[in-house]
Design a protein around this ligand. Structure first.
Ligand SMILES: Nc1nc2c(ncn2[C@@H]2O[C@H](COP(=O)(O)OP(=O)(O)OP(=O)(O)O)[C@@H](O)[C@H]2O)c(=O)[nH]1
Length: 311
């Protein structure tokens, strides 16, 4: 099969000869077992290895995933970037790293739909597969959603970067965190105030991490849409893939009517997250890519409703 696209050439040495030319050698004698049952299992050796390990595993694992969404498209295939880990006790040498990707493959056999219930099941099962009391899974993915121009209603695709983390412990159960970074337009209030005309603006990156309440039900509420709305509805303007002139005029004027400092952004988004009943604690950051500087402007607020009080 592979020969069908190869040019028949007599002017070059054969491929084997070429490999030897560049240093390949014949295999030497081999004495170590090739049967798995006869191979030493170093990572499972038991001894006092001085310290327990908090986190051991693999990251930067890219895999296709399916994501459901309240916005169009309601189902999409995107790329998940996973981190898998667990702790390892002082008396064990290491983890069994093949089991992380082995389980990912099992879940992917019929298409891996990443939602919180499935990830909880995945994480608990992973702890069992690793023979550990705990496991941790994080998946980050670009989440796509349709966005229409405000006047023309011409649609295009935007995306935000979303993540979910699930920590499982046989003793304490699950901890779930979700987050989203969405892009927005901000127009500088100072620039608007002091200038005879115009105002400089920025592309802002609003990053939100939320701890979800125990009774959060993903089947009745899409947390991705809620976080995106918290970022975009408080911005000077939303970002659009397709804008005709009437759209552009509306977006430009809307930004001028709603100027925002980076501080304004984090405070306004914090207010929305504070009002969301499904959020127990949150962190919101904004990073504005300045158009009149080479540097960015940043601000962050952290708030835990169980501990912190307003005022
Ligand atoms: N524990 C550990 N494994 C590593 C590390 N780096 C690579 N590995 C690889 O992890 C793989 C082995 O995974 P295991 O799950 O222990 O393989 P196994 O013992 O055949 O699998 P089980 O039968 O499920 O126990 C090998 O390919 C190792 O080389 C490391 O830093 N620590």
């Amino acid at each position: 099969m592979h020969n069908t696209y190869k040019q028949q050439s007599t002017s070059l040495p054969t491929k084997e000869e070429r490999h030897k030319l560049f240093g390949s050698v014949d295999p030497g004698p081999k004495y170590k077992p090739t049967d798995k049952s006869e191979m030493p299992d170093l990572q499972n050796s038991k001894q006092d290895f001085l310290f327990s390990i908090d986190v051991v595993g693999i990251n930067n694992v890219k895999h296709p995933i399916k994501v459901n969404s309240s916005l169009t498209p309601h189902e999409q295939t995107t790329i998940g970037t996973f981190t898998f880990s667990s702790s390892v006790a002082r008396g064990s040498k290491g983890t069994n790293m093949s089991r992380f990707t082995e389980q990912l493959t099992k879940y992917s056999e019929n298409g891996f739909t990443v939602d919180m219930e499935t990830l909880k099941e995945f994480t608990q099962e992973l702890a069992g597969r690793l023979k550990q009391n705990d496991a941790f899974v994080q998946v980050e993915f670009p989440w796509f959603f349709e966005r229409k121009g405000p006047s023309s209603e011409l649609a295009g695709m935007n995306h935000a970067d979303a993540y979910i983390t699930v920590s499982y412990s046989a003793d304490t159960g699950f901890d779930i965190e979700a987050g989203l970074t969405g892009k927005i337009t901000t127009l500088c209030p100072c620039s608007k105030e002091i200038s005879e005309y115009s105002a400089h603006n920025q592309r802002g990156n609003v990053s939100m991490s939320v701890e979800l309440s125990d009774d959060f039900d993903e089947t009745t509420m899409d947390w991705k849409e809620a976080l995106l709305e918290a970022a975009e509805s408080n911005a000077s303007a939303r970002i659009h893939p397709v804008l005709k002139r009437p759209d552009e005029k509306m977006v430009t004027e809307q930004a001028y009517e709603n100027p925002r400092f980076v501080e304004d952004m984090v405070r306004l988004v914090a207010a929305d997250l504070y009002e969301y009943t499904f959020v127990e604690a949150f962190e919101v950051s904004c990073q504005n890519e300045e158009s009149i500087h080479l540097h960015d402007a940043i601000a962050t607020i952290s708030f835990d409703k169980r501990i912190d009080e307003l005022g």
